[in-house]
Design a protein around this ligand. Structure first.
Ligand SMILES: [Zn+2]
Length: 426
């Protein structure tokens, strides 16, 4: 009975469908042209896409190494830090400042924080002078494989576009095109990250804006680039970028460049974060500010500023894992600028940049900085006591009933600052 039914169905297909396709060659074409790209697409998907979910990364963080994992099969969160640009060329330059060196300094600061936490395994791609051997070797031994791998992902995008599963969008901000070998090294880093089961990739950059000559440019602030929403690593990256963004935003201006002003910017074309849907890890690129901003050009502040940006980034990662133990190391302060002890009065003429920088930070924590009506783009923390700081000081002093010290830090203001901000609360 059942067999007869099956045979009847097969017979019906043979008798009805085959002649129909034969007499409708255009329809048959349509069917096969649909099937063919789907076949290609499936092959690529099976070969190369294992995007990290939020749950994957969190479970790595929360797994206790050593119980189920045998030696070598670590379940730690693998994080790859990529200081932007090549060891010896590329990136923004301003006076004697070089972005490619600043990115290394921040990367090493961040590595220091992350290394103190045994739930992470951290890699950095290069130092000031060269690629780390593991990456130099990888580029050398896999150069043609990397190119083939890029081609595979490009083809997949072509197929997906043909199927209407993918659409090209104009980038919100135009970036400089990387030269071929630079691009291939960036793709190589993406490929290495996939093969080495990396959970998080973090690219570090500083921005620049063309045409400002010798003086500072018109825009300021930080922005985080994340993969465009159609890419498989977009959701996880966005969740991570949100927590990092929140930390950075407390102390730093968000970019006021049109196209970056949302702070978190989706991008389809940046190789670093997985152009052509090529990266499995959560992968973001942080532009930590514009190279000509005062906290970077001021040599007395630069290292402290970079270290604090690294600390904010680390706190952002910890927020993603809901682990706030890093904070207890610094008392109640979520910035390394605090605690700070002031010993000398401060005025417009003060040359102690670190004291003024800490003053600006204390005023920010007190809710007085930037002064009402201004943003951190108008009033960055500069280490110089100018109009922004004077206005904020006035509010601080008014709240505490301090008089006779308008626009300066006299003995009474000094005492109030030290009372609240010189001691690490436990
Ligand atoms: Zn850069």
């Amino acid at each position: 009975m059942r067999m007869r039914h099956i045979l009847a169905v097969i017979f019906a297909i043979l008798v009805l469908a085959v002649p129909w396709l034969m007499y409708h060659p255009d329809q048959a074409d349509l069917i096969f042209s649909k099937i063919q790209p789907i076949g290609d697409q499936l092959a690529a998907v099976i070969l190369s896409h294992l995007p990290k979910s939020i749950l994957d990364i969190r479970s790595h963080y929360n797994s206790k190494p050593g119980i189920f994992a045998s030696a070598g099969s670590s379940q730690k969160v693998r994080i790859l830090i990529v200081p932007g640009h090549e060891p010896d060329y590329g990136g923004a330059e301003y006076g004697s400042l070089k972005e490619r060196n600043m990115t290394v300094e921040l990367a090493n600061d961040l590595k220091n924080f992350i290394s103190q936490n045994d739930r992470y395994e951290v890699f950095v791609t290069r130092d000031d002078s060269s690629w780390k051997p593991i990456f130099a070797d990888y580029f050398k031994n896999n150069w043609s494989d990397i190119a083939a791998w890029v081609k595979l992902h490009k083809d997949e995008i072509v197929n997906l576009t043909r199927l209407g599963e993918y659409r090209q969008v104009a980038p919100p901000v135009i970036h400089n095109n990387a030269s071929n070998d630079v691009a291939l090294r960036l793709f190589g880093i993406d490929k290495w990250a996939n093969e080495n089961n990396v959970d998080i990739v973090l690219h570090i950059h500083f921005n620049d804006y063309a045409g400002h000559g010798n003086g500072p440019g018109e825009y300021s602030g930080f922005a985080i680039y994340v993969p465009q929403r159609e890419y498989f690593n977009s959701t996880t990256t966005k969740a991570l970028a949100d927590t990092v963004f929140k930390r950075l935003k407390k102390y730093n201006a968000v970019s006021d460049l049109p196209g970056e002003s949302s702070g978190i910017v989706e991008d389809q074309d940046l190789i670093a974060i997985g152009a052509f849907n090529s990266v499995d890890a959560a992968s973001m690129l942080v532009e930590y500010g514009y190279i000509y901003e005062p906290q970077f050009t001021n040599a007395e502040l630069r290292s402290a500023a970079l270290n604090d940006l690294a600390f904010q980034t680390y706190l952002g990662l910890q927020d993603f894992f809901d682990d706030h133990s890093a904070l207890s190391a610094n008392g109640s302060f979520d910035t390394l600028v605090m605690p700070h002890s002031w010993s000398d009065p401060l005025s417009e003429k003060s040359s102690n940049n670190a004291d003024v920088y800490a003053l600006q930070t204390a005023l920010l924590l007190d809710g007085d900085y930037p002064p009402t009506g201004s943003s951190l783009n108008d009033c960055p923390r500069t280490g110089k006591l100018g109009n922004c700081t004077k206005a904020a000081l006035e509010t601080f002093q008014k709240k505490r009933g301090i008089s006779g010290e308008k626009g300066i830090v006299g003995t009474k203001t000094l005492q109030e600052l030290n009372k609240k901000y010189s001691v690490r609360a436990i």
